[in-house]
Design a binder for this molecule. Structure first.
Ligand code: AMP
Length: 592
């Protein structure tokens, strides 16, 4: 298949904002692609040559692209860069450079979809000395064979910004339309055709268990709905996770997941990184919630799985939490998250912040998928899959709030069950966890779904009343306003204010004007954009979380603070105290 045909599809996609029209364009492209090219086209219309979980990094920067363009066209780098600045897109600059090329090979071969796909995939395998030059040569090779339009899209794909506006939902609908609904011609009135709901559902389920649109498209084309329904979990192909709903309180979480308390399981909600662990004999791989492979980053987890997981083959789901090696207590996620990002010195980091994996699900066991099995049965398999005598891999702490016969004198047993749930919740918070998860023991595993199987209850943070201690003039449109505010809580012991964070959002223009008018007379000292203030103005502030911090002298920082309202009725000494911030941080102020 010629690359020009795919470029034509890109052009048509970019020319419309309508999702239905994009779906129709894609469906036609998928239906027209031959057997070999369909998987490549399905990947390339989203601007990638990798499966969702492949870590593939092409290693193509804009600098490298400019070099490649220079090499392929003979146009000076300065001129290409100037064009790039003007157009705001290096793909557009590439089209221009090819149009103005100074050198031309005598017979330039026609660029094919296969050439582009394979060349880009190969880029990710180049390593070590000389790899940059090899990448430049490879990209320049593609551009040499490209016409201006082709060059535009080769460059955009290589840089990872295709800009044709195709999301996963559009690909899903297009596969349904092309291969399950049979007719891509549209209505007589000229409206684009849309796929039927059940066709979309069949494709969606297949995608959720495989995360592989190219495979789903091929399967739909070759075997229709029946073949799609046969697609199932496979080892080393990560499965999309089930999502949790937010519940207002522990009671609400219980009610949200199941009509019958007998079917509810509560677990601690751990504040770590989701890990989906695939094991087949000695081979172990670890994937994140976003399906990326992080096996290399977690050598301690891999070792623990090899030692403790007794099942020959399984997929286990859990949360890896960083711990303090001295005390064994969980550490805040911020401290642990560097383990996900950092690919060097992984062993040293594993010693510094060792991971404990709390397992809470089993999706595959000894050769068979468990997605359709109720959670109750999956948890039985989970218990059979590993040996719990380990510090680093354990079953997530849980509680069944309603076990038959546990409620003497309480007619329906619910009173005790709810009390038990609250007690478990408070214990979880006291032990440094985020809250609890309520789960439906009768529910199958439904990847990607947020409905009715899992709900989370976390403390709703009470707003804090805080004093504005310092400020900064805003930038851009709001530069006449003091919009960046440092906030302090009151420490009665030292009669001083201790800063807990910086606020920059949540107010309307009107409120910001009002705020500036109140703060300006209080300016004590000004240094560039920064001003010190007499601490008098008190604001009520909402936030997501309180975290330990070395940045502020209180030792804490509010996460995502936002303005809620003025508290002209309060003076600085009426502000919330450092002790209260500490208590809230320690989770003593739950929702009950
Ligand atoms: P959230 O990110 O707040 O929507 O909550 C969902 C995430 O909580 C999951 O993706 C897991 O990473 C994490 N989590 C922590 N503990 C549990 C648990 N016991 N069961 C399921 N998910 C959990």
């Amino acid at each position: 298949m010629e690359y020009a045909a795919l470029v034509d599809v890109y052009r048509r996609l970019a020319a419309t904002e309508s999702t239905n029209e994009k779906t129709a364009v894609l469906a036609e492209a998928f239906a027209d692609a031959d057997a070999e090219h369909l998987p490549m086209v399905v990947a390339l219309v989203r601007g990638t040559v990798f499966r969702a979980w492949e870590p593939g990094d092409l290693g193509v920067s804009s600098g490298l692209t400019v070099r490649a363009l220079r090499k392929a066209t003979g146009v000076d780098e300065d001129r290409i860069e100037e064009r790039w600045r003007e157009a705001g897109d290096l793909g557009d600059a590439a089209a221009w450079a090819v149009d103005h090329r100074r050198q031309r090979t005598l017979v330039s071969p026609t660029l094919t979809v296969r050439d582009v796909y394979r060349t880009l995939r190969d880029l990710a395998t180049y390593e070590g000395t000389g790899s940059r030059d090899r990448r430049i040569d490879a990209v320049a090779g593609l551009i040499s064979d490209a016409d201006p339009e082709e060059a535009r899209y080769v460059v955009r794909t290589a840089l990872g910004h295709l800009r044709v506006g195709v999301g996963g939902g559009t690909v899903r609908d297009a596969v349904a339309l092309a291969f399950l609904d049979g007719d891509v011609s549209g209505t007589d009135a000229g409206d684009p055709p849309t796929p039927s709901e059940d066709a979309v559902a069949a494709v969606e389920r297949a995608h959720q268990v495989t995360n592989d649109f190219p495979l789903v498209a091929e399967t739909a084309r070759d075997g229709g709905r029946a073949a799609l329904a046969d697609l199932d979990v496979e080892l080393f192909r990560p499965v999309e996770v089930v999502l949790a709903r937010n519940a207002e309180s522990v009671d609400a979480a219980l009610a949200d997941v199941a009509a019958d308390l007998e079917d509810v399981l509560l677990e601690r909600k751990f504040d770590g990184a989701r890990v989906q662990i695939h094991k087949d004999g000695d081979e172990v791989r670890v994937f994140t919630r976003r399906l990326l492979e992080v096996t290399e980053q977690f050598p301690d987890v891999v070792r623990a799985v090899r030692e403790r997981v007794t099942a020959a083959s399984c997929i286990l789901d859990g949360e890896a939490v960083g711990t303090d090696p001295e005390t064994g207590d969980p550490v805040p996620f911020q401290q642990f998250s560097k383990r996900i990002r950092q690919e060097e010195d992984v062993e040293a980091l594993a010693d510094e912040v060792p991971a404990v994996v709390h397992l809470f699900d089993c999706l595959y066991f000894e050769g068979a998928s468990l997605l359709d099995a109720p959670l109750r049965d999956r948890l039985d398999r989970l218990s059979a899959a590993f040996d719990p005598a380990s510090d680093s891999i354990e079953r997530a702490a849980n509680c069944r709030p309603a076990v038959p016969g546990d409620a003497p004198g309480d007619e329906d047993g619910n009173g005790d069950a709810v009390d038990a749930a609250w007690a478990f919740y408070r214990e979880a918070l006291a032990a440094g966890h985020e809250g609890v998860m309520a789960k439906n023991l009768a529910a199958p595993y439904r990847p990607g779904r947020r409905v009715g199987t899992m709900a989370k209850a976390k403390p709703v943070m009470e707003p804090l009343d805080l004093v504005v201690t310092r400020a900064q003039w805003s930038e851009g449109r709001r530069s006449d306003f003091l919009g960046r505010l440092f906030l302090g809580c009151y420490d009665p012991e030292t009669d001083a204010l201790r800063e807990v964070g910086r606020l920059a959002t949540g107010y309307t223009d009107e409120e910001l004007r009002d705020l500036t008018a109140r703060l300006e007379p209080l300016i004590a000292e000004e240094d560039g954009r920064r001003v010190d203030l007499e601490p008098e103005v008190v604001l009520e502030v909402e936030y997501e979380e309180i975290q330990p911090s070395t940045e502020y002298d209180s030792g804490y920082a509010l996460r995502f603070p936002r303005f809620s309202r003025f508290r002209p009725d309060l003076g600085p000494e009426d502000a919330d105290t450092l002790a209260r911030v500490e208590r809230l941080h320690e989770g003593e102020n739950g929702t009950q």
